[in-house]
Design a protein. Structure first.
Ligand code: 5GP
Ligand code: MN
Length: 317
């Protein structure tokens, strides 16, 4: 794939990523946007995202992210990053109408979509895939910073098993641009607000272990979210904390999105392929980090998930 060739002659370019955008999604979209604006100064480039987390506000282009999806005239090129078309949310109709659709992702569950598609499951992040594509045309400090944010958020600051020697090599090349990377790591990855820490504390307190401690689940309902005055964006990191517990091979964190409806996040080690579990319920993700949306009571959801998790664990033993 050559991005500049694919965009050749384009006047209006749109970029979007998945709903509930995370660091890789926001970082990838803003890196590509800065790159295209630099390389194609006559083109109009717009990033469309629903409620990007304020933690990423210091990235160049964050303030211009559009949450207005009412776009009638077809875009010449539209990029779906870090997801397939079905997770674009409000941006999906803009993608559908675009003259040329390009998909760049690293989710193993994405079979690719659009006219040009590049899905690299070995890559730690979509930003890692983008690095190779953007470096051909030349990157600068602001592009490097956005790519770096994308990578660190998906590989847990070079800690998770998706971190490869290549991930670290790219990280090394990016920090040569001289941005303040310890500050970025601290402020976007580790720092939590007091309320985020409180709801995490509550979720950890009320977690339940099952399958002899091999699995753990915790759930936050709407009432609790209202009490702590938090939204879904404030719940990031809880599932990782659950997975850190000794003996736990698979952690499940759920939060209520509607009556009898939950958003599920899962994390695992080599014992469980959670992308496979999530895909049974219409979701997806990576082998060790995946999610889905489920209907039913909390207990229905846990029973359905644990059936597949237990099956995999039995096959492994
Ligand atoms: P998280 O648990 O952090 O929300 O998501 C973990 C991984 O699974 C991310 O890569 C995310 O994009 C993916 N993921 C989470 N929920 C869904 C979902 O409902 N569908 C799909 N296809 N992927 C999901
Ligand atoms: Mn990603």
């Amino acid at each position: 794939m050559n991005i500049l060739q694919d965009c050749s002659g384009a006047k209006r370019i749109g970029i979007s990523g998945h709903i509930r955008p995370d660091g890789d999604c926001v970082g990838s979209c803003l890196a590509l946007c800065s790159f295209l604006k630099k390389q194609m100064p006559d083109a109009q480039v717009t990033v469309f995202l629903e409620n990007p987390p304020e933690t990423f506000k210091d990235l160049v282009g964050f303030d211009e992210i559009s949450g207005d999806f009412d776009v009638q005239e077809p875009m010449d090129v539209f990029f779906a990053l870090d997801c397939s078309e079905d997770r674009l949310g409000g941006a999906q109709p803009i993608y559908e109408k675009a003259v040329k659709k390009i998909n760049i992702d690293h989710h193993i569950s994405n079979k690719g979509c659009g006219d040009v598609s590049l899905v690299v499951p070995e890559a730690s992040a979509t930003a890692e895939v983008l690095y190779d594509l953007l470096v051909q045309g030349g990157i600068n400090k602001e592009i490097a910073e956005a790519l770096y944010v994308g990578i660190i958020h998906d590989c847990g600051v070079f800690q998770y098993s998706n971190t490869s020697p290549k991930t670290m090599e790219i990280g090394a090349k990016l920090i040569q641009f001289g941005f303040n990377f310890p500050k970025i790591i601290e402020e976007t990855f580790y720092q939590k607000t007091y309320l985020q820490t409180q709801i995490m504390g509550r979720a950890l307190m009320e977690s339940i272990r099952f399958m002899d401690g091999a699995c753990i689940v915790s759930c936050v309902d709407k009432r609790e979210m209202e009490f702590y005055n938090v939204t879904s964006k404030d719940l990031d990191g809880i599932v990782n904390q659950l997975r850190n517990i000794e003996g736990v091979h698979c952690a499940i964190f759920m939060y209520q999105i509607d009556v009898l409806e939950y958003k599920v996040s899962m994390r695992s080690d080599e014992m469980v392929n959670v992308a496979e579990v999530a895909s049974y319920f219409g979701g997806g993700g990576h082998i060790r980090a995946a999610g889905c949306t489920m209907k039913g009571t909390f207990h229905d959801c846990v029973n359905n998930l644990s059936f597949h998790i237990e099956k995999q664990m039995k096959e492994k033993n």
